[in-house]
Design a protein around this ligand. Structure first.
Ligand code: DX5
Ligand code: ZN
Length: 222
């Protein structure tokens, strides 16, 4: 797999969700859907019914990022609704291993996310049951925040961990990723890039996606 771009609709026009997704369809690899519950994070977006309904209207794989408590209960439902990838926060899960397995059993790739304050060692035991590690590069909850460059060592650590285990695990970065920061992320070993405001605040979101992918590919070249 090459470098993949997953635009986040968090800062798009949420009253026209399906149309907003179609603006990046064809250019983006995934559409990133930020599910928030006002408990795990101090913001509230949309839940399973909205995601399920959206999935029936769009033609691009969904990358669901669950910033919610009790992913043990909710996560498999997003996979059953047809999401291609479902990522839960390790801090929120009661039985992370079980959540990851349930997501896979329901037919999606399983991802585990870590907040900026959570060490990568927290996901070490999950390597056999996950397909992606999401290293948050902002405090989860809001789009448009500044990239935390001090998370880059953690991205490198996640990459080393995945490589050492000899498993094909993608490393995703999310938060403040855009033209000025994507290269550092790619050089540190990330290969899936979430970009919200960088994509949707542009008049030509599809073009930004292509540019971001080219920058990432360029930076990752040895
Ligand atoms: C933040 C979300 C991100 C956010 C990214 O909690 O998980 O996906 O939408 O937005 P930008 O790219 O604007 O930081
Ligand atoms: Zn996200």
């Amino acid at each position: 797999m090459g470098m993949q771009i997953s635009p986040s609709v968090l800062n798009a026009d949420l009253s026209s969700l399906a149309d907003e997704v179609r603006r990046v369809q064809g250019a983006a690899d995934w559409i990133h859907l930020d599910v928030m519950d006002n408990h795990f994070v101090p913001n509230l977006t949309f839940g399973l019914p909205v995601v399920a309904s959206l999935l029936s209207q769009i033609d691009i794989p969904a990358d669901c990022h669950l910033m919610i408590n009790d992913p043990d209960h909710w996560a498999p439902g997003f996979a059953e609704a047809g999401a291609g990838s479902v990522t839960f926060h390790v801090e929120a899960a009661r039985k992370p291993r079980m959540v990851a397995k349930d997501i896979r059993a329901a037919g999606a790739r399983s991802g585990v996310a870590v907040k900026p304050g959570t060490p990568i060692s927290q996901v070490k035991d999950l390597l056999p049951v996950i397909d992606m590690i999401l290293v948050m590069t902002v405090e989860p909850g809001f789009g448009g925040q500044s990239f935390m460059a001090d998370m880059l060592p953690k991205v490198r650590e996640a990459r080393r961990l995945a490589d050492s285990a000899d498993v094909d695990i993608w490393i995703q970065v999310d938060g403040g990723v855009g033209p000025d920061t994507i290269e550092q992320c790619a050089a540190a070993g990330a290969d899936v890039f979430v970009a919200g405001s960088a994509v949707y605040r542009s008049p030509d979101p599809g073009l930004v996606v292509e540019q971001l992918r080219a920058s990432a590919e360029n930076a990752a070249r040895p």
